[in-house]
Unconditional design. Structure first.
Length: 247
């Protein structure tokens, strides 16, 4: 149980639930509250801080909605491990999203080779049937913990020599920009929930049967030219996706 002390200003114009929310969040980000720690119960917070149950519950609900805590029946509210909140249509790079969490992204390359593209791949890239593609299979890690398995494909003819780069040190989007003057501008993506089978449970070093996500996406350059087709399996306990929609 956490022994962190919270000090609220009841005379402030800032709502009490928001003050409590921000103080808990600051303690999570500073490391005073660590993954696995429990918050005091709602009743304890009410008694110790002189707050109503509704005020405490609103603060905790906000943290839960943003993925910082989760409730366990009969145990209380626990601090979650870091979660990647990824903009599904605006973020092109998993690694840059992980950096925003203050974590260190690394990549383990499993395969980087030129292969004959299968129809499902060449169709998504608007290539001729059996065109040669560069295939990059890799595991994406955050602080050395595997979060994402991804197969990415690009046209070998449009990007000659693309297979020669070190993709444990370089991002595809940076290589495309610096070496081929190709800037990615938008994404089409499909996401669906899955249960991790034995293969992916071993890759992620988790129990078989936990929830995961499969993401199919095509990344485009200007004039709606498909550049990268990516098929990824993602840990459901580490990644969430959201949309930004402007009117």
């Amino acid at each position: 149980m956490s022994n962190v002390i919270y000090k609220l200003d009841k005379y402030s114009k800032i709502p009490l639930y928001y003050q409590l929310n921000e103080q808990i969040l600051d303690n999570i980000k500073s490391g005073m509250l660590k993954p696995g720690d429990y918050l005091p119960s709602e009743e304890e917070m009410c008694n110790n801080l002189g707050l109503s149950r509704g005020t405490v519950r609103q603060a905790i609900n906000n943290l839960a909605e943003k993925g910082y805590v989760f409730r366990e029946r009969g145990k209380g509210t626990q601090i979650k491990p870091p979660t990647l909140n990824h903009d599904l249509v605006g973020d092109f790079s998993f690694a840059k999203g992980i950096k925003k969490l203050g974590m260190i992204p690394t990549t383990k390359v499993l395969e980087a080779s030129i292969v004959v593209g299968k129809k499902g791949i060449t169709d998504r890239l608007n290539l001729n049937s059996k065109a040669k593609v560069f295939k990059l299979s890799r595991v994406r890690l955050a602080d050395n913990e595997p979060w994402i398995y991804e197969d990415a494909y690009l046209s070998a003819d449009k990007f000659p020599g693309i297979e020669k780069f070190d993709y444990e040190s370089n991002l595809i989007i940076d290589v495309l920009d610096a070496e081929y003057r190709t800037i990615l501008t938008n994404i089409n993506a499909y996401v669906e929930p899955i249960i991790l089978d034995k293969k992916f449970a071993e890759i992620f070093d988790v129990k078989e049967g936990i929830s995961g996500l499969v993401m199919d996406r095509v990344l485009f350059a200007e004039e709606s030219k498909p550049i990268v087709y990516s098929h990824a399996c993602i840990r459901g306990d580490r990644c969430r996706y959201y949309f930004k929609i402007a009117r």
